[in-house]
Design a binder for this molecule. Structure first.
Ligand code: FMN
Length: 203
């Protein structure tokens, strides 16, 4: 089968793309509104973006009604956010944050996850997440307009938290981290010792 995205409703292109680009790591993003309301939301359109400066990128899309998500609005207002890594221990509370709550709803309270003070930015870390990246907004690039369009949010990583037991020098033990990644629809996958293999890069 072949498909022409320009001849399809955007929702169908989304379905094909999210089935094709798998597994996707999940940025569990904490932000704070200008008035101090905490916000927590998951984003699987997420990647590392640069090593120098150290940077990450994720894309909050517009909702079906064309409005912007709270995460995006908070970052544009405060220029700060934290990316927390999702592990199998916190995937259930992560899912509790996914409904479209009103901007005055604190998803830390909804999910039962614990806000813990950051060092360089105002939004708190998710205490239960073993890795958190404190970020300052570098750039936001609009991709289209209207429902389903997105903004690529690029953040400079200004402080890094890694749980001590995961570290051997600067090497993070992936099997112990047990990260969760998103597949298509409601499906997820886990990384553990059985699914990891080594392939030494040729020079
Ligand atoms: C695992 C997972 C991944 C998600 N990835 C994205 C994404 O990449 N972009 C997006 O706009 N929404 C994504 N969502 C939906 C948002 O998390 C959801 O719209 C959330 O309510 C936005 O919250 P906010 O308005 O507080 O920012 C994802 C949801 C889940 C559960």
């Amino acid at each position: 089968m072949q498909f022409d995205p320009s001849a399809m409703p955007w929702q169908e292109g989304y379905q094909l793309m999210t089935g094709a680009i798998v597994p996707r790591p999940i940025a569990f993003v904490s932000t704070m509104s200008e008035s101090g309301v905490l916000n927590l939301a998951a984003f699987s359109f997420f990647t590392a973006a640069s090593a120098n400066p150290l940077a990450v990128a994720f894309t909050p899309m517009r909702r079906q009604d064309g409005t912007r998500k709270d995460t995006y609005m908070n970052i544009m207002a405060t220029r700060q956010f934290v990316v927390n890594v999702v592990t199998d221990a916190i995937v259930a509370p992560m899912n509790e944050t996914s409904p479209e709550f009103a901007p005055d709803v604190d998803e830390f309270a909804v999910s039962g996850l614990t806000p813990s003070p950051s060092v360089r930015v105002k939004p708190p870390l998710v205490k239960e997440s073993p890795i958190s990246l404190e970020c300052e907004l570098l750039q936001s690039v609009d991709i289209g307009e209207g429902p389903g369009s997105a903004s690529l949010v690029v953040g400079k990583v200004v402080y890094i938290h890694v749980r001590d037991d995961l570290l051997d020098g600067l090497r993070i033990d992936t099997a112990s981290l047990r990260p969760v990644a998103r597949l298509a629809g409601h499906l997820y996958t886990k990384v553990d010792a059985d699914t990891i293999f080594e392939l030494v890069r040729k020079r």
